[in-house]
Design a protein around this ligand. Sequence first.
Ligand code: NI
Length: 139
Amino acid sequence: MSSLVRFGVSINKGLLVQFDKIIGEKGYSNRSEAIRDLIRNQMVELAWEKDEEEVAGTVTLIYDHHVRGLSELLLEVQHSFHDLILSTMHLHLDHHNCLEVLAVKGAAREVRRIAERLISAKGVKHGRLSITTTGKNLG
Ligand code: NI
């Protein structure tokens, strides 16, 4: 376990007032936890920029399963990248629309690639890659 270090930060008063307002609205009880989260977010985003870094995330897709060939295509892509997919969840939102969520883990470059392939498929109404971390290198 890493030791705790205190440090001082010089900041423009107006900026600090805005920061306190924002973190209060988000529910942070103190500045320290908010600043720690900002630092962690920055580290996670930097990890995703390194192609070989192992990352984790979720791919969310909304699509109409009636679009011809789409379900088969999405399934085919997922089988091509089966080693990256930890789990999938498929929900039938209504008669037409499906919500599919894939939990993924692997090299950042590969995870981005499968997300792009799925999201760009014709008939996918909306898709989003949510990036996070395996947590291994984050204090
Ligand atoms: Ni469905």
